[in-house]
Design a protein around this ligand. Structure first.
Ligand SMILES: [Fe+2]
Ligand SMILES: [Fe+2]
Length: 357
């Protein structure tokens, strides 16, 4: 039996990273009753590598990803693998995907990729497939079943018949609040695949689902949304421990729906404001979520960050490390059966988010 990684040792490594000025990486520790099965993986998301022209790319987004890769390579203990959570590119072009893949190639670990809408809607994932493989798949690792979904599909009419060019289709889906966009979905075909895939897994096996969009309905106006979320949740319902980790929203969100814990991760590129603080939309966040407090809008790494996700016997315990801002810890409360912020969950303890209007 190999020596299990203690939480203390693990956090020691994390502390060294934080002191060195760590980057938006999500370190995930899965801890189960049998400590020999514990393992960690890193999570990097939403790099949005953006081509300007020739060999020029938007510097800030490049730097976010380059630093995340460098920090991930320095992690101690070493993660078993890395997940990239989607939106590697900004407009799905070859130069962007190639440049992103080149930066990611410096990683010293096996990396699993999730499809983002910014990667997909130019050529419907064709070039992405050449670089990274399948759009949806599953794998097992040390007793945990992982499922990767392509959750950013939409109605065929929108995808295939609406737009005169692929470039326009990409631009229409790339806008955060563009009314010409279309709701994300996993779709019938992939849901059928998921059903077949899960049929082979015992309901006592911890399940981790990796998607780009939230597999829950948060705010349709910005596509913080998956149209067939309820149908996917129904497929996950028989399992005792389910954790969904998603990118796309570039901000802290967490929720509990029945047996499923939901957690968003930060972007390496930029943070999105919350709809209520920016678009003056009513509050659509899950009631559980205590919003992140923006640091400094003029600081290039503002509200990007990294976090540990510790699944202690299948329940998530997350430490969000935000640059120029207070550390946030969201842990599963076994008494209430939901994730809660250790310091700020109570209404009178919350830090009000800044307004952006
Ligand atoms: Fe994104
Ligand atoms: Fe996205």
């Amino acid at each position: 039996m190999s020596k299990p990684i203690s939480r203390r040792d693990f956090l020691k490594g994390a502390g060294a990273l934080a002191a060195a000025g760590a980057l938006p990486i999500s370190m995930v520790e899965l801890a189960f009753a049998d400590p020999a099965r514990n393992f960690t993986f890193a999570y990097i998301s939403d790099a949005h590598i953006q081509h300007i022209q020739g060999s020029k790319f938007v510097r800030n987004w490049d730097r976010g990803l380059i630093r995340a890769v460098a920090e991930t390579n320095l992690l101690d203990p070493k993660p078993d693998f890395v997940v990239f959570g989607g939106d590697l590119a900004q407009l799905g072009s070859k130069p962007e995907l190639d440049h992103g893949a080149e930066i990611m190639s410096a990683l010293r670990y096996k990396t699993y990729y999730v499809m983002g809408e910014h990667d997909y809607y130019l050529d419907l994932g064709e070039y992405w497939s050449k670089l990274f493989g399948r759009h949806y798949y599953s794998f097992d690792h040390k007793g945990v079943h992982f499922v990767v979904l392509n959750s950013i599909l939409t109605y065929d009419d929108w995808t295939f018949r609406r737009w005169p060019t692929a470039e326009q289709r990409m631009l229409e889906m790339a806008g955060l609040d563009n009314p010409n966009g279309s709701p994300f979905m996993v779709g019938d075909k992939q849901r059928e695949w998921l059903k077949q895939d899960l049929a082979k897994v015992s309901t006592g096996t911890p399940l981790v689902v990796l998607s780009h969009s939230p597999l829950q309905k948060i705010y349709k106006g910005w596509n913080f949304w998956t149209e067939d979320a309820e149908q996917i949740q129904a497929l996950l319902k028989p399992f005792k421990k389910v954790t969904v980790i998603y990118g796309h929203v570039h901000q802290i969100q967490y929720n509990q729906i029945g047996n499923i814990s939901f957690h968003a991760v930060m972007a390496t590129a930029w943070p999105w404001p919350y709809p209520s603080t920016y678009a003056q939309a009513e509050q659509y966040l899950p009631k559980l979520t205590v919003p992140m407090n923006r640091a400094d809008p003029f600081f290039e790494r503002d509200a990007t960050g990294w976090q540990f996700i510790n699944l202690a016997t299948g329940n998530a315990d997350i430490q969000y490390n935000l640059y120029n801002n207070a550390v946030r810890t969201v842990a599963f409360n076994t008494r209430t059966g939901q994730p809660e912020d250790r310091a700020y969950q109570a209404a009178d303890k919350r830090i009000p988010p800044q307004s952006h209007y």
